[in-house]
Design a protein around this ligand. Structure first.
Ligand code: ATP
Length: 354
């Protein structure tokens, strides 16, 4: 599956702006980004629910979209299965008939319909509910029916657009795990759209982080999390702290930065950023180390808020300058007003030139 230089505008909005990628067979690829970044439009272009202004889409070596060459294969002829946020099950049909629907449209013989649908119901864990009217199902079960309907025609590509977002938190967690197992077991080539970074991290072989209609970074979950290519990507993938600083030669003669309150941090500064330049240090809350020994090394701060999150606590620390830092710890119970020392391993700090 290949997407080449896709462009799609709605009026003045560039919803998809020069997006290209390959999806490998059996791969789980996620388009991740905030609302409006163009991920759903990209998926709809692949499905054939929208026509691009420019670009090409190829599935298994077959060109399905190319305005330049006058090619546009309609959605039902693309051999793709789709699941959307809204379950879109037919309320007047049973579970069996809902799943059978795509085969009925293709006028498949009854014997084939029966065996295929039974097989799919087994796979999605609804074998016992074949005759149940669809409205009598729970949200999770309805979403499974939608998945079954997407799988029944043996799609070459499975397209998922925020399929779990209507489910409550516990169900969502369970469905994610199931989806991951199913995808691997069936070797389904999948493109998944979500704004939820945890979901993306859990399920994906590769994540494409989108921003303003473009792919800002592509990589494995570990690559995009640990080596974010931009401030936007870093921000989107975790709770981030920002501290203002200036590039400086430190008291010990080494290169580094100086914070607003005079604290020094030995750091590798990006090439071409001169001494005296303003920079922003960015680091994740999870990488903040706290010590309660007031004389220790690190930056001085005071615990300003505490939120117990079940098994872990989140703090906001007021620093000696005007900055605040978010931090988290597994169990330590730091009370309001506790003076602490804050440090972050230098390799966990990114320096962005202002
Ligand atoms: P969301 O998760 O909110 O759907 P998204 O990242 O999937 O966001 P898209 O739905 O692809 O984003 O939308 C990208 C941009 O294109 C947005 O600015 C959106 O308002 C616009 N857009 C999408 N579809 C249409 C349409 N049919 N008509 C006009 N503008 C549209």
């Amino acid at each position: 599956m290949r997407v080449q230089a896709l462009h799609k505008s709605f009026g003045k909005v560039r919803a998809v702006d020069d997006v290209s990628f390959d999806v490998r067979r059996g791969e789980f690829l996620t388009l991740l980004g905030p609302s409006g970044c163009g991920k759903s439009t990209t998926l709809r272009l692949i499905a054939g629910l929208e026509r691009p202004d420019e670009g090409e889409i190829e599935v298994d070596g077959r060109l399905v979209t190319s305005p330049r060459r006058g090619v546009f294969v309609p959605p039902e002829k693309r051999g793709m299965g789709m699941v959307f946020q809204s379950y879109a099950v037919w309320p007047h049909m049973t579970v069996f008939e809902n799943v059978a629907f795509p085969l009925r449209v293709r006028r498949k013989p009854q014997s084939e319909v029966t065996s295929r649908v039974r097989n799919i119901l087994e796979i999605i864990g609804l074998a016992g509910l074949a005759d149940r009217p669809a409205p009598d199902l729970s949200g999770g079960q309805q979403q499974r029916v939608a998945l079954g309907r997407a799988l029944v025609s043996d799609p070459t590509l499975l397209l998922l657009d925020e399929p779990f977002s209507n489910l409550d938190a516990r169900l969502r967690e369970g469905m994610r795990v199931e989806m991951g197992e199913l995808q691997r077991r069936l070797g389904l080539t999948t493109i998944f759209v979500t704004h939820d970074q945890t979901e993306a991290m859990m399920l994906s072989d590769r994540i494409f982080v989108m921003n303003g209609g473009r792919v800002e970074q592509a990589g494995t979950p570990r690559e995009v999390y640990e080596h974010p290519a931009s401030r936007f990507v870093m921000d989107f993938l975790g709770r981030i702290n920002y501290l203002r600083a200036h590039v400086a030669r430190l008291t010990n003669g080494r290169p580094g930065v100086r914070l607003a309150d005079g604290a020094e941090v030995a750091l590798v500064v990006p090439d071409g950023v001169a001494e005296g330049s303003a920079v922003t240090l960015a680091f994740r809350s999870a990488d903040v180390e706290l010590s309660m020994s007031v004389d220790g090394t690190g930056w001085a701060g005071v615990v300003q808020t505490v939120a117990y999150m079940g098994g872990r606590e989140e703090y906001v620390l007021k620093m000696a300058g005007s900055d605040e830092i978010k931090a988290e710890r597994a169990t330590e119970n730091l009370t309001l007003g506790t003076p602490v020392r804050v440090s972050v391993p230098p390799h966990k700090i990114r320096v962005w030139a202002d």
